[in-house]
Design a binder for this molecule. Structure first.
Ligand code: NAP
Length: 247
């Protein structure tokens, strides 16, 4: 139980990578706030965490609204007394080729994937500065390196890398580390809409010979959230089964 007594906030924690990360953080003893704009899945995740003996609360929140980001950080502090770990996991896709992309598709993805990370990180960092301790880990993606149909999404995921490095420099002397992860193809609801043929081609291009699952990513979130990971900051961890090697 390496996170006994610590408090973690997982955005988009109702399903997929976020829910698995919440489970693994709780298994290490952390108390969890699951924030998701899907109230139902957030509540289901918390029920499961409590059923396994953990302490957790669910809250409906849209991280693209600054006031809601501030509210979920306040909720963590009110419920559990502090906030040690922020997992900036909430994210959306609104895929389209550049020539067809509508401004609303651009705006929605920027609002959630980029502004949401800024709002949550800022609110969390203010609390973590008081504590002189914190771990912030955010979801980038290998799409940050470029992907057909994802000009909007790639811009946000590359943006997360720049934000992470800048925040890491600013926050290090408060005992706060800031890192990002770049998953490759992970089997979740987000990737389930991909047509079979494209999925098969994608998996065939992964050197380890399989798609990733949420466990592959959650393990790294937990590792970066540990107190012992204090010498790692401002880094991007690519977790893609080797997909981007040789590119
Ligand atoms: P997912 O299954 O779609 O789960 C994301 C969760 O976040 C959903 O519950 C979603 O709700 C919620 N959410 C979306 N926008 C939100 C907002 N504004 N405020 C609060 N909650 C919000 O996605 P995933 O595959 O687990 O991905 C998690 C993260 O990893 C994302 O940031 C994604 O970009 C990144 N990632 C995923 C992959 C992959 O292959 N799966 C690869 C690289 C990076 P709704 O379902 O109702 O929208």
């Amino acid at each position: 139980m390496e996170l006994q007594g610590q408090v973690a906030l997982v955005t988009g924690g109702g399903q997929g990578i976020g829910a698995e990360t919440a489970r693994q953080l709780a298994a290490q003893g952390a108390k969890i706030v699951v924030a998701d704009w899907n109230e139902e899945t957030a509540a289901q995740c918390v029920e499961e965490l409590r059923g396994a003996g953990g302490e957790a609360v669910a809250t409906k929140a849209d991280v693209s609204k600054q006031g809601e980001a501030e509210r979920i950080v306040e909720l963590a502090v009110r419920e559990f007394g502090r906030l040690d770990i922020l997992i900036n996991n909430a994210g959306i896709t609104r895929d389209s080729s550049l020539l067809k992309m509508e401004p609303h598709q651009w705006d929605q993805v920027i609002a959630v994937n980029l502004s949401g990370v800024y709002y949550c990180a800022q609110a969390a960092a203010r609390q973590m500065r008081e504590q002189q301790y914190g771990r912030i880990v955010s979801a980038s993606s290998i799409s940050a390196f470029g992907n057909f149909g994802q000009t909007n999404y790639a811009a946000t995921k590359a943006g997360v890398v720049g934000m992470t490095k800048s925040m890491a420099i600013e926050l290090a002397h408060y005992g706060i580390t800031v890192n990002a992860i770049a998953p490759g193809f992970i089997q979740t609801a987000m990737t389930s809409a991909i047509p079979n043929e494209m999925r098969e081609a994608t998996v065939a291009a992964i050197p380890v010979g399989r798609a990733g699952d949420p466990n592959d990513i959650a393990r790294v979130y937990v590792f970066l959230s540990l107190p012992e990971s204090s010498f790692i900051t401002g880094q991007l961890f690519v977790i893609d089964g080797g997909r981007t090697l040789g590119r």
